[in-house]
Design a protein around this ligand. Structure first.
Ligand code: AMP
Ligand code: MG
Length: 349
């Protein structure tokens, strides 16, 4: 398949291009597009064949449901059975934005879109191009992250091109995204609203609006006895090709340990990478050192994570050591992705 790649101004996209993309979606084709979180791989959420195509293009397991993207609040009522009052409160506070909520679905949403579930995940993005595209589609775009299943999510158009060129009709290049981690997912099926995937919006921010919320027990855990409620969270994800190990401990000990390990590996002709911060990068004497940004700026750390993971794929490294990033607000979201990328390999020093 030929993939058209169109560059757009993210704040003020060319409406002729967006209309053309909307037409492709209405006709059952696939368009990858920027959102404020990561790039999405869009298809018409109400068309079962379009959903099947999304799974095919990504190589995504068919039990891993898709998030439906809407452009205005009225659209929500068109696909769900009911809207819990707490969901309305969260929509008031955080939509449009990086929050996904799970609702009971009505008959308009095909099971192909929801991975066979009776529920549907819905988000209203704030990105102007995404919103314009939704309006010019059927109003409902199913869009998982626009990466091949298992790879780090795309935060730049080049990541999408690497993974999906030849598998989708069009890629809209709106430049690097603003947040860089996928949306926070909240489920209301139990008494206490539950975060199924941490993101830019933290549990504390949710609690300010709706009182108590909790985090799904299966989220940060490695063992499958605490099975995550979002089916997708059980799959290996975000993985760079090289083996990734997270090294935890006091900063100077982490630096010393990593320098020692890499020196030893280099003596056997194995090259290694390091995921560091602006502050620690100069302290690593060996290896391919990549900084996530200043440790004090967690939004920048989050924005760079997936790009940093992908960057190692084009380097000849056999292993990657990463510092940990338990920052105050987004630390849980960053570490959830990093732990998955590392297959939960963590060494304490
Ligand atoms: P992605 O589309 O790559 O951002 O992944 C979507 C995430 O949302 C996956 O982890 C899914 O398992 C989760 N998800 C989507 N729909 C539902 C649903 N109805 N119930 C629970 N989790 C869902
Ligand atoms: Mg994904």
């Amino acid at each position: 398949m030929h993939t058209r790649i169109e560059t757009i101004d993210p704040a003020c996209p060319d409406l002729r291009v967006i209309s053309e993309a909307g037409r492709i979606l209405r006709e059952g084709g696939l368009v990858a597009f920027p959102t404020e979180t990561v790039y999405g791989l869009g298809g018409d959420a109400l068309n079962p064949e379009a959903s099947d195509k999304i799974y095919g293009a990504k190589g995504r397991p068919s039990d891993n449901p898709l998030i439906v993207h809407i452009a205005d609040r009225e659209a929500l009522g068109g696909i769900v059975r009911e809207i819990p009052p707490k969901a309305l409160a969260l929509a008031d506070a955080f939509w449009p934005g990086p929050l996904t909520m799970i609702f009971g679905k009505n008959g308009r949403v095909p099971l192909n879109t929801t991975g066979g579930l009776d529920t549907v995940a819905v988000r209203m993005p704030s990105h102007p191009a995404a919103r314009e595209l939704i309006r010019r589609s059927t109003g409902y775009i199913a869009a998982p992250s626009a990466n091949v299943s298992g790879r780090p999510s795309p935060t730049k158009a080049i990541h999408v091109i690497e993974d999906l060129r030849g598998r989708v009709e069009m890629i809209l290049d709106g430049g690097p995204v603003g947040i860089g981690l996928e949306s926070t997912i909240v489920d209301f099926s139990e008494r206490i609203p539950t975060v199924l995937r941490p993101g830019y919006i933290s549990v504390e921010m949710l609690e300010e609006v709706i009182g108590t919320a909790r985090v799904d027990r299966g989220l940060m855990a490695e063992d499958s006895s605490a099975r995550p409620k979002a089916p997708g969270m059980k799959y290996r994800h975000y993985a760079p090709r090289a083996e990734l190990v997270i090294v935890e401990g006091e900063e100077s000990r982490v630096v010393e340990a990593v320098n020692g390990w890499i020196q030893e590996k280099e003596s056997r002709n194995m090259h290694c990478g390091v995921i560091a911060t602006d502050e620690t990068a100069p302290l690593y004497r060996v290896g391919a050192v990549v900084s996530m940004g200043p440790r004090g700026d967690e939004e920048e750390l989050a924005r760079h994570l997936f790009d940093v993971l992908r960057r190692f794929d084009s380097m000849d490294v056999a292993c990657i050591y990463s510092e940990s990033f338990y920052t105050p607000r987004m630390g849980q979201a960053i570490m959830n992705r990093l732990l998955k990328a590392a297959g939960h390999r963590v060494v304490q020093v």
